[in-house]
Design a protein around this ligand. Structure first.
Ligand SMILES: Cc1cc2nc3c(=O)[nH]c(=O)nc-3n(C[C@H](O)[C@H](O)[C@H](O)COP(=O)(O)OP(=O)(O)OC[C@H]3O[C@@H](n4cnc5c(N)ncnc54)[C@H](O)[C@@H]3O)c2cc1C
Length: 382
């Protein structure tokens, strides 16, 4: 049990999720990774088991189980070695649902949340464009006012759940001359005329989390599609980003736990020069170092989970959590893969997947360089 503050309810949730992962996910994971996408039906299974929207309000079909429950779900999936599934679920649970919950009107919540929590509606967040990722203010997608609503035109890329998504929360420019204040968010159903999906992108790792290009061509939506107010998009994104980034830190920690456990078992069993690999000082010291770093990281991530539970998590703190967790995970998978020797390079060994899956962590949700920029700004001012 590795929850920050274990309670009988959290223990039960973790046990139930672990059993689900062993029974319904593990036997098929390799095949879904090869296919580059998980089955759509899996979302409904996740919903039926109560793993979607665990902390959303009961009034909208959520379990209202608190943020610790939401964090437990991401950590447990990741600690089982299913980083791609953790990313897909995080995009839905930790980004799309909280956006609707926190920024939506009651009628928007009523329209979208029950389906998102049952798994009938898969959510995605679409900010990144081919020419604007880190620099979100530079997006070009445009929403123009028309009678009774808005007309959207633009292109998004690298969108997690882009292929399965039924609801896309999209950032568009509503006033190209107003900088950050000219961005607004829209709730777009995937059945809206003019919306289309491009390729399912072929990624290095985390393949079961489908990633896609999305196109908006004269997509007309009503006034009720505007989320969080006109011109408020950038401010809304900034408010919601801490939760998204914390989910990446939690996932990284889970992945570190999975890889360390696997490596500890392997080095004790594998023999070289008549002794186990675990007996070489290099193995012992490197594993001790990594374990120590993971435990220090865990203490900080737990603090962040507590602060997020009280809605007090700041941008700089979560940037530290995302930066350090991604970097620790990156080093850990590399060192551990080395301890597996040639077997570590074989796809049938989970460490090889953990190695490629880890690489994205330093990029999505804000790159490590952007995390450093945010931390430096807190230290030094602009
Ligand atoms: C697997 C995956 C899933 C994703 N899912 C989503 C999603 O669901 N929704 C979504 O909207 N986006 C998503 N993204 C996009 C992701 O958030 C962006 O890729 C990321 O923010 C970086 O943007 P970019 O790719 O345009 O890189 P760029 O912004 O072009 O950056 C290129 C390089 O320049 C560096 N750089 C940029 N600015 C600075 C600076 N000021 N100082 C120092 N260095 C800098 C970057 O760190 C990077 O190394 C996903 C990406 C991946 C890989």
């Amino acid at each position: 049990m590795r929850q920050p503050h274990p309670t009988p309810e959290l223990n039960l949730l973790e046990d139930q999720l672990r059993r689900f992962l062993v029974r319904d996910i593990a036997p098929h994971y390799h095949q879904w990774e090869r296919a580059g996408i998980m089955p759509r039906e899996l979302w409904r299974q996740l919903g039926a088991q109560g793993f979607l929207g665990a902390d959303a309000a009961q009034a909208f079909a959520g379990a209202e189980a608190g943020y610790a429950a939401a964090a437990c779900i991401i950590q447990t999936i990741s600690a089982a070695g299913f980083a791609g599934l953790a990313s897909a679920v995080a995009a839905h649970n930790e980004v799309a649902i909280p956006y609707v919950m926190d920024l939506g009107t009651d009628s928007q919540r009523q329209r979208w949340l029950p389906g998102m929590i049952s798994g009938d509606i898969v959510g995605a967040i679409a900010m990144t464009e081919p020419s604007a990722g880190s620099d979100l203010k530079a997006i070009r997608g445009r929403a123009e006012k028309i009678a009774g609503g808005w007309r959207l035109n633009g292109q998004k890329t690298f969108i997690t759940n882009g292929i399965h998504a039924d609801l896309i929360i999209v950032a568009m420019k509503t006033d190209p001359d107003a900088g950050a204040k000219g961005i607004s968010l829209f709730l777009v159903g995937a059945d809206t005329p003019g919306f289309s999906r491009g390729r399912k992108l072929d990624k290095l790792g985390q393949n079961i989390a489908d990633t896609a290009e999305l196109f908006f061509e004269n997509v007309e939506v009503g006034e009720d599609a505007l989320l969080g107010g006109e011109g408020q998009g950038f401010a809304c994104l900034m408010n919601e980003l801490p939760r998204e980034r914390l989910s990446f830190a939690i996932a990284a920690l889970g992945a570190c736990d999975a890889v360390l456990q696997d490596t500890l078992a392997y080095v004790q069993e594998r023999k070289a020069f008549g002794v186990s690999v675990a007996q070489f000082q290099n193995t012992r010291f490197r594993l001790a170092e990594l374990h120590a770093r993971v435990e220090v990281l865990r203490a900080f991530v737990r603090q962040c989970i507590d602060r997020q539970s009280r809605a007090e998590l700041g941008t700089a703190d979560v940037s530290i959590a995302k930066l350090v967790s991604s970097e620790v995970q990156g080093e850990l998978v590399d060192v551990c893969l080395q301890m597996f020797g040639g077997y570590g390079y074989m796809k049938e060994y989970p460490i090889s997947r953990a190695y490629v899956d880890a690489r994205g962590q330093r990029i999505y949700g804000g790159t490590s360089e952007i995390m450093k920029e945010i931390i430096a700004r807190e230290l030094l001012g602009r």
